[in-house]
Design a protein. Structure first.
Lengths: 176, 498
């Protein structure tokens, strides 16, 4: 027997969402579709240049926006037909899931949006990997925590140095 | 005779200059990426594209094809040993692969997986070699009107069949198409949806968007949710048995043909190929009762189908510039980045390239077989790497991948935005394949619609009256009608009555 620390990311991909969630999604998508059409309508037509106006930049996105609006109306009607107007969908995931997701997203944002470009890339990557690994392994218990943190630091430094060597020195790519 | 000469030339070209070395490391990385749950073939091809920037186009394509072939095969490792499909394509393999492993036959299951996958890729490659050149010549008759329908057909069929919910598939496809319109358009260089931002006016890079949708979104998905306890078993001999092949040769041929055909259909991909092959094998089987309990035939069918899909998905890339699957979409984007121009003109400008791709697929298939036999225990150790240590490294690679192509920090923000979009859409059960297809095909659809309208002076009739156009239009409408529950029910009832 062995433990594997990864759930299948594809589990439940076929499971339907709640009608309420579909209804809210439909409303957001409808707003997006209408906004696209409105933006496309305001684009210049270039009739003098083309003679016909058929090359107007807004034609294609306007068409996409209109189709997106229609499809979102269909999604909304289907959700209402399934009780989306009255039935409240259960909140997805539990508090631990949400905490893990928030931690991963926040660390990713701080790294890619905040540190990259301001801190040397190898150092930013090392700090990110160290912080990410430590944060997610902190709850595994007090036993072995120091060892796990030391390992996280080593993995972080190893990643930072390896990425720099492989991409910058071996494959001659520019790093941020 | 010309074809044979071209094929020999293709092998001679591909096998020179350290190709085997590149094939060995790239296939290994592909297998590892495929085996690790949460890392998909699409993400692997997108990330490795970054590494190929400094290579020549032929070496780059060899590396990416090896990653693609390896990743689709690698998914079966975790499917068999851990009951977790490494990639969505391997989900069908868990049904019989894991029960075999629980019976103490993990080695035999992996041997069957290796054999099926090897035959599948070889079969698909043979079809590619036989039909892609002539189909490419046929595709030369396609003008703007036809290419518009081909692109639209890709979105519709991917939306209909790739995720179970056709409506959400269409929406994902049109969101992808919209994303592709951001930035300067070609006729008047007008910056669409740029809002005065110079970076947005330059458009969203294909690679940062794809890395975001598949890399960042997958990291977020993998880190959410509880860890599961999975079971592995001791591994017996992985040497494939001749009897497994001779006994199920019909299944291998059927699954190979189905997998290749589904691969050639725009946007469907390996998971549908595996499920369809599995279902067809079960219907035709004399031992249906074994399916789901450790059927060798079932596992063989799923593995052959998904691996045959890989060359199948490359056929429309080479002949129409329309990808057959999500990883093939990224492969096509990589071809464009490297200055190769896939599509109908390829048959004229570089006919030898099709045969070079054939040679690359064969090399990748052979290397895959080699690793399938020797790389069992090390892969088991790799499968046990905790996600808390793997995912931050993947995120770092995503950041490098997004930045490397144009060295713009803006592309990292594009990656983050695309990652968020991909994650949210995935959470609400929108399939990813139509989204990717929309992003990749957006430019093709946009240009050909406008070009067609200009050529016809605003007249829409050529879109419907030219013979090939008419056929493609009918296919598109049929695919759309099929996804409407009432209409598809009528089709099925009529077939049942007949």
């Amino acid at each position: 027997m062995s433990d594997v620390d990864a759930a299948s990311p594809f589990d439940g991909e076929k499971a339907p969402t709640s009608p309420r969630a579909d209804l809210i999604t439909a409303a957001v998508l409808f707003a997006l579709g209408v906004a696209i059409v409105a933006q496309a309508w305001q684009m210049p037509r270039f009739i003098e240049q083309s003679g016909t106006g058929l090359t107007a930049p807004g034609i294609v996105p306007g068409f996409y926006g209109a189709v997106l609006s229609l499809l979102s109306v269909a999604l909304g009607l289907r959700a209402i037909g399934r009780g989306g107007w009255v039935v409240r969908g259960a909140a997805t995931g539990n508090a631990a899931d949400r905490r893990q997701l928030t931690t991963a997203a926040a660390l990713g944002l701080v790294y890619a949006g905040g540190m990259v470009g301001r801190v040397p890339f190898w150092l930013a990557s090392a700090l990110f990997v160290f912080a990410f690994t430590s944060a997610f392994e902190w709850d595994l218990g007090k036993q072995g925590r120091v060892r796990r943190i030391i390992e996280a630091a080593l993995i972080g430094i190893g990643t930072g140095v390896a990425v720099m060597l492989v991409f910058e020195k071996l494959f001659l790519l520019r790093l941020p | 005779m010309d074809a044979l000469n071209n094929l020999a030339g293709g092998f001679a070209h591909v096998l020179g200059g350290g190709a085997i070395f590149h094939a060995l490391w790239a296939t290994l990385i592909g297998i590892i990426i495929g085996a690790l749950p949460g890392l998909t073939a699409t993400m692997g091809v997108a990330l490795l594209t970054t590494l190929t920037f400094g290579m020549g186009p032929d070496k780059a394509m060899l590396v990416l094809i090896c990653v693609y072939v390896g990743a689709i095969y690698g998914g079966s490792r975790s499917a068999i040993l851990l009951n977790i499909p490494g990639t969505p394509a391997s989900a069908a393999s868990t049904l019989d692969g894991f029960p075999l492993a629980r019976q103490g036959l993990a080695g035999r299951a992996m041997g069957i997986s290796t054999t099926g996958s090897w035959f599948g890729t070889l079969f698909g490659t043979l079809i590619l070699a036989l039909f892609a050149p002539s189909f490419g010549e046929f595709a030369l008759q396609f003008g703007s009107y036809e290419m518009f329908w081909v692109a639209l057909f890709g979105i519709v069929i991917a939306g209909s069949l790739s995720g179970g919910d056709a409506l959400k598939g269409y929406i994902a496809g049109f969101i992808g198409l919209f994303v592709a319109t951001i930035g300067q358009e070609t006729n008047h260089a007008y910056p669409r949806f740029a809002f005065g931002n110079g970076d947005l006016a330059g458009g969203l890079g294909l690679l940062p968007v794809l890395v975001g949708v598949f890399g960042v979104a997958e990291v977020l998905s993998a880190m959410r949710g509880p860890a599961v306890k999975a079971v592995s078993s001791k591994i017996d001999s992985v040497i494939p048995r001749i009897r497994d092949v001779t006994q199920y040769w019909k299944t291998i041929l059927r699954s190979g043909a189905l997998g290749t055909f589904i691969g050639a259909m725009p946007g469907l991909g390996e998971d549908i190929a595996a499920w369809t092959s599995y279902a067809a094998a079960k219907r035709a089987s004399k031992e249906r009762e074994k399916y789901g309990k450790g059927s060798i035939e079932g596992l063989m069918a799923a593995e052959t189908g998904e691996s045959a899909c890989v060359p199948g998905a490359i056929i429309p890339v080479l002949t129409l510039a329309v990808p057959g699957s999500a990883p093939a979409a990224v492969l096509m984007a990589a071809m464009m980045i490297h200055g190769l121009n896939p599509g109908p003109m390829l048959a004229i400008t570089a006919p030898e390239f099709i045969y070079q791709i054939v040679a690359m697929l064969v090399v990748a298939d052979m290397v895959k077989m080699f690793y399938g036999l020797v790389l069992v225990r090390p892969l088991l150790w790799i499968l046990l790497i905790p996600r808390s240590r793997l995912m931050p490294i993947v995120f770092v690679l995503c950041t490098v991948g997004a930045f490397a192509i144009t060295s713009r920090l803006f592309d990292i923000w594009v990656m983050l935005g695309a990652g968020l979009l991909g994650f949210v859409l995935r959470e609400f059960r929108f399939p990813m394949a139509p989204l990717v297809l929309g992003i990749v095909l957006g430019d093709l659809l946009d240009k050909n619609l406008l070009r067609g309208l200009v050529l016809s002076g605003g007249d829409l009739t050529p879109f419907f009256t030219r013979p090939i156009s008419m056929g493609l239009c009918a296919l598109t409408l049929l695919a759309a009608a099929w996804s409407i529950p009432g209409l598809s029910g009528i089709f099925r009832r009529k077939r049942a009555v007949a």
